[in-house]
Write a protein that binds this ligand. Structure first.
Ligand SMILES: *[C@@H]1O[C@H](CO)[C@@H](O)[C@H](O)[C@H]1NC(C)=O
Ligand SMILES: *[C@@H]1O[C@H](CO)[C@@H](O)[C@H](O)[C@H]1NC(C)=O
Ligand SMILES: *[C@@H]1O[C@H](CO)[C@@H](O)[C@H](O)[C@H]1NC(C)=O
Ligand SMILES: *[C@@H]1O[C@H](CO)[C@@H](O)[C@H](O)[C@H]1NC(C)=O
Length: 530
């Protein structure tokens, strides 16, 4: 396993170097493979409700609708069932991780990661049926397991030595119910993030991103107040820095699922979301096959159709699928009810979700919502990069305690999906369990000037020009930088194989608002509806 992975990485690295050297031809191959990966079938979706107060309007509306980011299904009939397995993200295979790849001699300055929590128990239950039987306590004798699982459990037992922003100190640090509670992280979810963390640990090891004696300021961890995000973040962190020193860790709380900190107020954002939800509603009720499927399912269960719809059955069915449990059944009743929910019904709901994705992209309302929803997070991301870049300037005295070089935000699908959309990654698959988005900041080696141009006579010393700054964006280990809005048109064939940081900065500070016909967050948020 280990060996395969490092082979893959060497291969990947060689390929990257080849790209840098050979240029055009290699690029063609690479972009072909990127395109291919983008076509890989994706996954179904379940929304989670943002429970937070400022988004209450949104929360209510969301109860009736789904939000997802999906690729267009291509030509032949897609297999909705195998797509669903992709969403489960069952940790039973090695995958490529392109994090940490760069041209030789480039220096990695910072990494900012946003994750979606791992596999969880459903948030809804299907009326009249038994809830899926899943044990949420952790045990190495259960599958899937991980070599770090036991030491992780032990380490979490010392969590009181860490610093917790209120109200996080009262959130359990491990899932620990023999019958999972609604929304609880499962062992699969813990293992997914131990794995993710370990993957990045290996990817960044040789870049010395975090020194072994890292200071509290160098590591920033933030999470929403849900146990599944907090626990996912801790599992990721443990995989990334095994046996990390609790006393140096502060875990910060984000009260909004949008990670918008103190800049959450944005009336226009909520208007776009409401419009998007109306679109989604109209689109759904126009789907007669879907409506018929809900009627059939409700008849089987002996409940009202609207009762079934409100129970969002896809959420629970996905859990059955991911945990290899057969779909729920009810005994035969006298009113024609009885029987089991079927894969065929599941596939219809899934098919409609994919169609909805296509319609959503076409209408563009979600994109507008996403731009406003994710600006505060992107603005913070950009600001951190600038700060680290500044500190890296030649001749600067390093600040005591260092700079924030690693950031982890442990979030939800309703965070990751708008982030993808805001970045212009609208074709990306909907965030599966334990999905990850990574922002890397790179600096090229310093250039010595004055050697190339020989200035005759003037006895000058050659001047060293500081290296330039670049950004990479990765989604689930894939380099998607050149699919983003801000680097899609960058000419990689030139001397710059990476995307300049300034593209990202100008996107975040101004360009992204062109989607909503504005030049700033404030203007876009507070403009009167017209
Ligand atoms: C991993 O698990 C999924 C879902 O159970 C299954 O479809 C897939 O074939 C498995 N892959 C491997 C390599 O075992
Ligand atoms: C988990 O729950 C069991 C039983 O309720 C308890 O004995 C154990 O101490 C708990 N473990 C942790 C780490 O909270
Ligand atoms: C964006 O970041 C800048 C710092 O670079 C900060 O001054 C500004 O308040 C931020 N804006 C919002 C809306 O968060
Ligand atoms: C965009 O905004 C400008 C200035 O606020 C306004 O004049 C123009 O009509 C707007 N365009 C659209 C398409 O809304």
């Amino acid at each position: 396993m280990e060996r395969d992975q490092s082979n893959d990485k060497m291969l990947a690295r060689n390929r990257f170097l080849l790209l840098v050297v050979v240029g055009g031809a290699a690029l063609a191959i690479l972009s072909l493979s990127l395109q291919f990966l983008n076509l890989i079938p994706t996954t179904p979706i379940v929304e989670e409700r943002p429970f937070q107060a400022a988004d209450r309007v949104v929360a209510v509306a969301l109860g009736k609708s789904r939000k997802r980011v999906f690729p267009v299904p291509h030509s032949e009939e897609p297999n909705h069932i195998s797509e669903a397995y992709g969403y489960c993200n069952t940790p039973n295979r090695t995958e490529q991780a392109w994090e940490g790849h760069s041209p030789a001699d480039y220096k990695l300055l910072s990494v900012q990661v946003m994750i979606r929590h791992g596999d969880r128990y459903p948030l809804y239950s299907i009326p009249k049926t038994k809830r899926p039987s899943i044990d949420c306590t952790l045990s190495t004798s259960r599958k899937p397991s991980h070599p770090l699982l036991n030491s992780f459990i032990g380490h979490m037992g010392q969590g009181s030595r860490g610093h917790w922003e209120s109200p996080l100190s009262s959130v359990p640090r491990l899932p620990n119910h023999s019958a999972c509670e609604m929304g609880e992280l499962t062992q699969t979810g813990v293992v997914q993030h131990l794995h993710n963390g370990q993957l990045l640990h290996h990817a960044y090891k040789r870049h010395n991103l975090l020194p072994s004696d890292w200071s509290p300021r160098q590591l920033w961890v933030e999470t929403t107040g849900k146990s599944r995000t907090l626990q996912s973040g801790l599992a990721f962190l443990y995989g990334f820095i095994p046996d990390f020193d609790w006393t140096r860790l502060t875990v910060r709380h984000q009260w909004s699922t949008l990670f918008c900190g103190s800049a959450c107020d944005c009336p226009a954002r909520n208007r776009y979301l409401e419009e998007e939800q109306r679109r989604q509603y109209r689109f759904r009720v126009a789907d007669t096959e879907l409506e018929k499927t809900y009627v059939d399912m409700a008849r089987t269960l002996g409940v009202l159709t609207r009762q079934l719809r409100a129970a969002n059955p896809i959420d629970s069915l996905l859990c059955h699928l991911c945990h290899d449990l057969s779909f729920p059944c009810v005994p035969m009743g006298d009113t024609g009810s009885g029987g089991c929910l079927t894969m065929a019904q599941f596939a219809v709901i899934r098919r409609q979700q994919l169609d909805d994705e296509v319609d959503r992209r076409r209408m563009g309302l979600y994109r507008k919502y996403a731009i406003l929803a994710m600006y505060p997070y992107l603005n913070r991301t950009a600001t951190k990069m600038e700060r680290v870049a500044k500190a890296s300037e030649a001749g600067r005295q390093p600040r005591a305690g260092g700079e924030e070089v690693f950031t982890l935000a442990s979030a939800h699908d309703v965070t990751v999906a708008p982030l993808l959309s805001a970045l212009g990654l609208e074709e990306a698959r909907f965030p599966r369990f334990a999905a990850r988005i990574v922002f890397e900041l790179w600096k090229s080696p310093p250039v010595t000037q004055g050697q190339a141009k020989k200035k005759a006579g003037k006895g000058e010393k050659s001047k060293t020009k500081d290296g330039e700054l670049f950004i990479r964006v990765l989604y689930n280990g894939e380099d998607v930088t050149f699919h983003t809005t801000f680097c899609r048109s960058h000419d990689r064939h030139t001397s710059q194989p990476l995307c300049p940081l300034k593209n990202f900065l100008s996107f975040v500070r101004k360009d992204m608002f062109s989607v909503v016909n504005a030049t700033s967050y404030k203007e876009a948020c507070y403009r009167r509806p017209g």
